[in-house]
Design a protein. Structure first.
Length: 114
């Protein structure tokens, strides 16, 4: 069986969170190329067809904006209901009763019921 036994401490190697030297230097090199050519890159973007420019900019957005996980309406509704339920469980009973009474009044007055 290769490797260390389960439960033994790790010895040697990089500490957790230490970046890989090669990928770190490559990232620095790429960043310096981009930084040194910003004006040229902007000029080149202006010369592209609008659709191609949008495609390039959209591709670059993934490097500066976090990707949003797709969500389904039913999942969002479930999460919202759970959050409201948790809030209601933390409220005093009198507040819950008053909220419930008010919701019932609103349902009756708008004519929609559910």
């Amino acid at each position: 069986m290769a490797g260390r036994r389960k439960g033994t401490e790790k010895t040697g190697g990089r500490k957790a969170g230490t970046p890989n030297k090669v990928s770190g230097t490559v990232k620095e090199w790429i960043a310096s190329i981009i930084d040194g050519n910003r004006k040229q890159f902007e000029d080149d973007l202006k010369e592209l067809e609008p659709g191609e420019r949008v495609r390039i900019i959209s591709g670059l957005l993934s490097y500066v904006a976090p990707k949003q996980a797709p969500s389904r309406p039913d999942e969002e509704l479930r999460k919202e209901k759970e959050m409201l339920y948790d809030l209601l469980m933390d409220l005093p009973d009198e507040f819950v009763r008053r909220i419930s009474d008010r919701l019932n009044e609103l349902e009756k007055s708008d004519g929609y019921g559910d």
